[in-house]
Design a protein around this ligand. Structure first.
Ligand SMILES: O=C(O)C1=C[C@@H](OP(=O)(O)O)[C@@H](O)[C@H](O)C1
Ligand SMILES: C=C(OP(=O)(O)O)C(=O)O
Length: 425
């Protein structure tokens, strides 16, 4: 892809789109199908860097996965939780889900595994997950003394027992532990210590575990009991379109004063990020939820105060929309966004200021006061969501250039083509 892309302003956007499959569901389904007894067919799967590194890593530990790109289908031959490592290297680029879920999975195997990624992945914390796995009897550590990848696992199967897990940095630790736990030799009891961010992803995890036949008990969303020596059962599984990706198209309706329908999602979707529509409703958009699609109609936008701790992947989308509101928007509850593909508070504030906004940054969020919009070259920090969200500003303001647009390949390689098609250009 070109080293930059200029966004062409357009009028109110009217259209309908089905985004690619959910990253979170595809990577969960791959982990669970790999562990299962029997074959699984995953339809509507995401094909992007984050799922490719997951597939590549699972193949390296002996899981057979075939891909039919025409049908967006992955067929996985589950190996019943029997993995042999022999200094097996897994390269995970910058996929947080893959790093955290595969770290937990590797402790179920026999032998040695090393999990590594790009430079930014080596700055993304994983210490809390390592400590919890150690409490369950795993022989695991980080290569450096910094609680970040590379991760080294010397697997002898996971004994099980009790562990506490911190939930304030990432919910992915808990999700990884949960998905691996049915394959521990004995019962696993997990207690979340303190705050749990991104809770809807944990509900997604427990739901998909049950969908593949696992049993677990759950109390107040912070205590889990998972009987050991279980097996997932392979099955056919349909993956929802990605709700975080959908936020850009709903956002496009909001900023352009148009009407956009996203197919394949509903209020009852497994993905919490459908909740982004409620944020748009608070800002003045109309939202129509149907059983298999959700339509957002833009209108005059007002600034809001909102805790986005449960829908943090949509913070950048909301920030782009906030630039078109009649007053300030305050976003809180997302301190954990500083540990993602980039510092999604500090770096986002910097790009919003370039666009003409006044931004007051705090530890867990920011207040965005819209100003006169101005042309800008947007730095993406190799963060797909920075590119996808701030492109929306270019639908209304001339002279918006997105640098390194290829970074969307992490979750949405065809994003700019799909956006252009929706805008009718
Ligand atoms: O479990 C998941 O699939 C995810 C959880 C969230 O991460 P955190 O729990 O780190 O907020 C989210 O940002 C990420 O894109 C996907
Ligand atoms: C935070 C994200 O991804 P991950 O943590 O899976 O790398 C994201 O997709 O916005």
């Amino acid at each position: 892809m070109a080293s930059e892309i200029s966004i062409t302003p357009c009028g109110p956007i009217t259209g309908s789109i089905r985004p690619p499959g959910s990253k979170s569901l595809t990577n969960r389904a791959l982990i669970i199908a790999a562990l299962a007894q029997g074959q699984s067919t995953l339809t509507g799967a995401l094909e992007s860097e984050d799922t490719e590194v997951m597939i590549d890593s699972l193949r390296r530990i002996g899981v057979s996965i075939s891909h039919d790109p025409d049908r967006h289908t992955l067929t996985v031959e589950g190996n019943g939780g029997k993995f042999i490592g022999d200094n097996t290297e897994m390269f995970i680029a910058n996929s947080g889900t893959s790093m955290r879920f595969l770290t937990a999975l590797a402790t179920l195997g026999e032998g040695s595994f090393r999990l590594d990624g790009i430079a930014r992945m080596r700055e993304r914390p994983i210490g809390d997950l390592i400590e919890a796995l150690q409490q369950l009897g795993a022989n695991i550590r980080t290569e450096q003394d910094n609680a970040c990848p590379p991760v080294l696992v010397d697997g002898q199967g996971l004994p099980g027992g009790q562990a506490t897990i911190a939930g304030n940095i990432s919910s992915q630790y808990l999700s990884g532990l949960l998905m691996a736990s049915p394959y521990a030799s004995s019962e696993v009891q997990l207690q979340v210590d303190g705050e749990l961010v991104s809770q809807p992803y944990v509900r997604m995890t427990t739901q998909i575990m049950r969908d593949f036949g696992a049993t677990l008990e759950e109390n107040d969303g912070c205590r889990f009991v998972i009987p050991g020596s279980q097996t997932y059962r392979g099955r056919e599984y349909a993956i929802e379109p990605d709700a975080s990706a959908a936020s850009y198209f709903w956002g496009a309706a909001a900023v352009s004063g148009g009407k956009v329908t996203v197919q394949g999602l509903s209020r009852d979707a497994l993905q919490g990020d459908v909740g982004f529509c409620e944020a748009l409703a608070q800002m003045g958009c109309q939202v129509d939820y149907q059983a298999d699609h959700v339509t957002v109609t833009g209108g005059p936008l007002r600034g809001i105060n909102i805790d986005m701790g449960q829908i943090s992947d949509t913070v950048q989308t909301l920030a782009a929309v906030a630039l078109f509101a009649d007053g300030p928007t305050t976003i809180t509850g997302v301190a954990h966004n500083r540990h993602k593909e980039t510092d999604r508070i500090g770096d986002l504030a910097c790009e919003l200021r370039k666009l003409g906004a006044t931004v007051e940054e705090f530890e867990d969020g920011m207040t965005i006061t819209p100003g006169k919009l101005q042309p800008a070259q947007i730095e993406t920090y190799n963060d797909h969501r920075m590119a996808m969200s701030l492109a929306l500003v270019g639908l209304r303001q001339a002279g918006i250039v997105i640098l390194n647009p290829g970074c969307t390949s992490k979750t949405y390689p065809r994003y700019f083509e799909d956006l252009a098609q929706l805008c009718g250009s």
